[in-house]
Design a protein around this ligand. Structure first.
Ligand SMILES: NCc1[nH]cc(CCC(=O)O)c1CC(=O)O
Length: 312
């Protein structure tokens, strides 16, 4: 392999948000470390996505899968970039023809964070309190546990959301612990919410790195920084998601962790208003991750009463 250098740099594509940039720099540093590259051998290329351009409308209204990924994948296919760094939580379950996604960095904290200027945890919120979130999953899970709370749409980056809390638009919000940790901002969380209380989104806390399927240089570079256990967990979670045909805008939660015998996968689907929830779990050998994810999804789909998915 001809290693990247200043004349022939590896172009790393990313969104421009502070979190996306932190993830891209983490990837760059791991590549430099693993292959003994020069600092100027990897170039970060910022790409604006539809999700970034439209800031004033709820995500579910803009609709469609891949709001945060489509333009980046186009840049990969065009050759404007060589690899792309993604939050796996935002990634559709299938990649376009010609692209490959088989490199994951070690997974961060999978939990959601409870963020509030006034209260310490969900249970402390007074009746009727207002909570801001743009996530259908978090909204549905919250309303399932606390139907008395009001939920308002909350978009924007971490700083924008914190300002909204300070302005009193809402008393609390949720953010991924992973994002806060990567930004060095974990201190703003009142606490992490355990998966038993709020099962996270499929792939939450995982970074995936996409490349052109036929690009051997990228394949070889990425193989050295791939984290196998994260890949095993995501195989189960994303197979579960794929069979449910969900996107990041459907109230679906799923989390696989390793146990003594292999993997333990938990899943949850909800009505958007939280009035009904279906949960399930599977234990399987690591080699059966995909089958277990598909099987759990089918079992839960079969349990869904008529009309459960009508809102779609
Ligand atoms: N949908 C936006 C998004 N995609 C990934 C993360 C956080 C980082 C991660 O889960 O890896 C976030 C923000 C959030 O949920 O707070």
């Amino acid at each position: 392999m001809r290693k990247p250098d200043a004349h022939n740099p590896l172009k790393i594509g990313t969104r421009g948000s502070p979190l996306a940039l932190a993830q891209a720099f983490e990837t760059r540093n791991r590549l430099i470390e693993a292959h003994g590259l020069d600092e100027d051998s990897c170039e970060i290329v910022i790409i604006k996505t539809t999700g970034d351009k439209i800031q004033d409308r709820p995500l579910k209204e803009i609709g469609g899968k891949g709001l945060f990924t489509k333009e980046i994948e186009e840049a990969l296919l065009d050759g404007r970039i060589d690899i792309a760094v993604h939050s796996m939580k935002d990634m559709p379950v299938q990649q376009p023809a010609g692209l490959m996604l088989d490199c994951y960095l070690p997974r961060e904290d999978v939990r959601d964070a409870f963020v509030s200027t006034t209260h310490g945890r969900i249970a402390d919120l007074p009746e009727g309190a207002v909570v801001g979130t743009s996530s259908l999953r978090r909204r549905a899970q919250l309303q399932n546990r606390r139907p008395d709370l009001q939920v308002v749409e909350f978009r924007g980056n971490v700083q924008t959301r914190l300002r909204k809390l300070e302005d009193g638009v809402a008393q609390a919000t949720f953010l991924a612990m992973a994002g806060l940790n990567r930004l060095g901002m974990a201190a703003i969380a009142k606490g992490a919410i355990e998966p038993e209380e709020m099962l996270p989104a499929v792939a939450q806390g995982a970074i995936g790195i996409e490349r052109r399927a036929d690009c051997l240089r990228s394949a070889e570079l990425l193989a050295a920084i791939h984290d196998g256990p994260t890949g095993e967990r995501l195989a189960a979670e994303r197979a579960f998601l794929a069979t449910l045909d969900g996107s990041c805008q459907t109230p679906i939660a799923g989390l696989a962790v390793h146990d003594d015998n292999g993997l333990w996968l938990r899943g949850e689907i909800l009505r958007p208003d939280g009035s009904e929830v279906i949960t399930g779990e599977r234990r399987c050998a690591v080699s059966d991750a995909i089958e277990a994810g598909q099987d759990l999804a089918r079992e839960m789909l079969a349990q869904a009463p008529r009309g459960f998915f009508d809102w779609r």
